[in-house]
Each structure stands twice: as C-alpha cells, then as structure tokens.
Ligand binder design. Structure first.
Ligand code: SAH
Length: 494
C-alpha cells in the first residue's frame, strides 16, 4: 500500500511557530525530508526512530537537485512510509512545494499540505514591523529578489511603486543594491523607510533599518547574509515603537540546558520565550535499575512503612513503572503518607491523582530529612547516588528507614568538542545545572581539563553549586530549588 507525503511548513525558525498540525505530522513521521532553512530547534523535534534525509545545502556540497527530491518523496511513499517533507516558512510561497506534489499526483500517491507561517510576514513582525498598518498602505506585495545567473531581475518596479503598498522581498540579499536602485528609478522616494530582517524569529535575528536610499550601504556595513527579508514602506518606521523581540531579556544570550532529554523541554521553552538561544545538551540520562530485587522486596511489603519519600520526578516515574509492570495502580500506595522533595516531584504525584503530604520549605535533601514529620518507618525510593544528607538527617533523628535505589544516572555522552568550544570561547556562556549529576556529566563531556573560568554555571541549589565549584566553575545559585527560581536567576543575575 502506498504511504503518504505531508508537505509541512516549518515556519521561519522559532519552533513555537510550527503549527499544531505540522507538529502532529512530524511526530508520527517515518521519514523526514528537510532542507537548509529548517531551524535546528525544529529538527530536534523529529522522532528519533524516523529516517532523516537532509536535502539542503551543506558546507561544500550542493543541494540535492529538485528532481531527485521529488523522486525521494515518491520512492519513500511507494515503500508505504509516512513521509514528512519539511520546508522553511510556507511550502507554497517560493518554496517549490507545488513542484514536489506534481510527481506524487501523477502517481496517485496521497498527499497533504500543512501551511506554515511565512518569513515574509513573521520576520518583519519579530523585527517590530507590521506588514500593514492603518493609513500606511492598502496592500502587501511579496516578491522574489532571486536573480538567475547573468540575468536581469524580472520585476516590474513601476507597477510595484504605483501600488504604494508594503513590499517584501525574499531571496533578495545579493540583489539588494539592484532592488533598491530599481525602486528609486521607478520614482520611489529615497527617504521611504526600509529594513532588512536577517534570520528572523531566531535568537540570532538582526534588524537593520535605513531609508531606501541608504539601505544597501547599511546592509553591507552590517554584513547581512541570507536568509533575510527586505521590507520597504512606511510600516518600517513603526519598528522603533513596536520592537519587542530584540528587547527580550535573554536576547543574544546563549544558554545550555544540561537536563536529561525527557525533562529539558519546559526549561528550554521558557528560556527561548525570553529570547535566549538554547542549546539542549543532555549531560546525563536516567535508567531504571532492572531487575531490582530490592525494589520488588519493599514494594511487596509497603504495609510496614508510614512514609514514602521521593526526591525526583524520575524516581516517581520508577514507582509508576513498577506498579504498571506488576498489574497494580496508585491504590497500592493508599496506606502511605507521601513526601516530595520539591514542587516538580510533587507534580509527578498529582499527575497520578496523589497529593504529597509533605514538601519541605527548602527543596533539598537536608531539609527534607530534617523536617519530615514521621514517627514510623520511612521508605526512600531514589537514585543510586542519592544525597547522603537525607539519610544522615533521618539517622540523626533516630528514625528507621530503607533507602532503595530505583534508577541510576548514566554519563554515556561522547566528548563534545562543540560544547567545549562554546565554554572556552568568547562571550560568557550560561550553563544551567539542575542537579550535581548534571555537573558531573557536563564536566565529563567537556573534559575536566577545560578552562571553565569564562562560563557561568547557574545552579538550582547549594549541592549542585558545590559540585560545580569543585571543578572551578564560577556559579550563581537560585533562590529556591525550582525551575521558576532558576529562570529568575538567569533573567536577573546575568
Ligand atoms: N517558503 C519560505 C520562503 C522560501 S524562499 C517562506 O515562506 O518563508 C527563501 C527566502 O525566505 C530567503 O532567501 C529569505 O528571504 C526568506 N527567509 C526564510 N527564512 C527566513 C528567516 N528566518 N528570516 C528572514 N528571511 C527568511
């Protein structure tokens, strides 16, 4: 049976601008065919098991010719695969989307098109330029500035100038001087506001504003490169007033998120929303311990415990997994009081319909151990290398407990030269650490002999900061051990 091809517009770069329908198609794809303009943040959403085919330009290589792309889509669909063809912006706007569908249509292969947010509107918008505005203009014209080698631009400049509308040129960076000259020759005022928005909607976005007559020189001085949109018209004057993206608190900052992959999402999304360039570099992964006779033992005699103590969402997850594997559910914990080290772990309980009876005021192991209002026996289910502060505090109070490891942290990252270059390079790279183990994983990925003096480690708590200091990493510590406080620290402290 033939598969299906879904042509998906990936939007201009900001992963938040991928449509829900596009994301759904991407997440269920078996083959993803993508090109140069699709941003790394969106490529990171591709399912790991899917086949990834890059048909875009790479450093010294030419892009795959269009006929071959058409052929790949057809062949994969005929193999019965669900194929997603990801394209920058909107697939049908100067994106050759139609061409890619022709061969499929001719072979009767089912296809779908998911429109995307085009850079022609979104890049100006993120640059503070609404493409239309009351009294400014009554039309918008999107024009390609692409010049075939050795050929003149095929643009009717007189007609464009007569419309008095907003003009947006795509693929126009190399022809910028000719585009501006053409408009001026056709009678447009040299003082007409204009702008170039480079890498719009991404953390690297730049807007260069200048009157039409001066735009080519301004762009050259700023060394503007593709991809960039050129906007001409009165609306460009609004940019100073409406510039919101460039003013975001973390704009221009690079932040590395070292949490394990499955937990990185929300922190990264929040930092991106604040304008940061986020690198997800999971320095650790957590693996349930299996088989785990110690866990089996305590889970079969939960009745002897008064409290169950959990110190991480990953730890909570291992409990649910055990219950599921043994055909049980949350009722098995019914007789126990539940303690969570912090709000994240407490949420991992509420997600299953259970509320934590105790969360310490300060979210760390020492406070948890000192404050737990227990009289009877305590069961701790946590990582293999859990902090001794918890058990020391309980022992100090002469309490009875069992400390059972349910998962371990693994550091199986390859050495990362790229991460090391970022850490040692110009500018202060911000690295978030959400546990002592992320610090250890990070140091082993970068190499313990690296120069950490330029970077800044943003730590969720004292234990994490202590581990970072051991390696000579300059640190700042969040006011409380929560993601909120960590984000506040990044915004306020740097
Ligand atoms: N289908 C795409 C356009 C493809 S043509 C869309 O709808 O956005 C390629 C041109 O798009 C580039 O030369 C550039 O002019 C523009 N472009 C794409 N992404 C961009 C971005 N993030 N910022 C600025 N311009 C971009």
């Amino acid at each position: 049976m033939a598969g299906k091809v879904t042509l998906v517009g990936a939007g201009p770069g900001d992963p938040g601008l991928l449509t829900r329908k596009g994301l759904e198609a991407l997440e269920t794809a078996q083959v993803v065919v993508y090109d140069r303009l699709v941003s790394p943040a969106i490529l990171a959403l591709m399912p790991e098991g899917a086949e990834h085919i890059n048909v875009g330009k790479q450093a010294a290589r030419h892009p795959v010719p269009q006929e071959e792309i058409n052929r790949i889509l057809l062949d994969k669909a005929l193999e019965g695969k669900r194929v997603v063809r990801l394209k920058g912006g909107d697939p049908f706007l100067f994106g050759r989307g139609g061409e890619e569908l022709e061969l499929l249509a001719a072979h009767g292969v089912p296809f779908e098109e998911v429109p995307g947010i085009t850079s022609a509107i979104a890049a100006p918008a993120y640059g503070g330029i609404p493409v239309t505005h009351r009294d400014c203009c009554s039309s918008l014209h999107i024009v390609t500035g692409h010049q075939r080698a050795g050929k003149e631009l095929d643009i009717d400049f007189e007609a464009l100038v007569r419309t008095k509308g907003t003009l947006v040129f795509l693929m126009g960076v190399s022809a910028l001087p000719e585009l501006c000259a053409g408009l001026l020759r056709a009678g447009m005022d040299a003082a007409t506001p204009a702008a170039v928005v480079e890498r719009g909607t991404t953390p690297a976005q730049r807007r260069i504003s200048a009157p039409l007559g001066e735009l080519p020189r301004a762009a050259e001085e700023a060394k503007v490169v593709s991809p960039a949109v050129i906007v001409v018209g009165g609306v460009c004057a609004l940019a100073e007033q409406f510039d919101w993206f460039d003013k975001l608190p973390l704009k221009g900052k690079t932040v590395v998120v070292t949490r394990p992959k499955e937990r990185a999402g929300t922190l990264s999304a929040r930092l991106r929303a604040l304008g940061a360039e986020v690198w997800e570099y999971p320095c650790i992964a957590t693996r349930p311990i299996a088989p785990n006779p110690a866990l089996d033992g305590v889970m079969e005699r939960l009745g002897v415990y008064e409290w169950l103590v959990l110190t991480s969402p990953a730890g909570a997850e291992t409990v649910w997994q055990w219950l599921e594997d043994h055909g049980r559910d949350a009722r098995a914990l019914g007789g126990l009081k539940l303690a969570a080290i912090g709000p994240g772990t407490a949420r991992a309980l509420t997600g299953h319909g259970l509320r934590a009876d105790y969360v310490p005021e300060v979210y760390d192991a020492a406070h948890l151990g000192a404050g737990l209002p227990a009289a009877g026996r305590v069961l701790i289910l946590r990582a293999e290398e859990g902090s001794p502060a918890l058990t020391e505090a309980l022992a100090g109070r002469n309490m009875e407990f069992d400390d059972v490891a349910t998962y371990r942290t693994v550091y199986d990252n390859p050495r990362s030269q790229a991460l090391r270059a970022l850490v040692e390079g110009e500018g202060r790279t911000l690295i978030t650490f959400t546990s002592a183990s992320t610090v250890k994983g990070f140091v082993s990925s970068v190499g313990a002999d690296a120069d950490f003096s330029r970077m800044l480690g943003l730590c969720i708590g004292e234990q994490t900061a202590g581990e970072a200091r051991k390696h000579g990493i300059p640190v700042q510590t969040a006011k409380a051990a929560t993601m909120d406080a960590l984000v506040d620290l990044i915004v306020e402290g740097v």
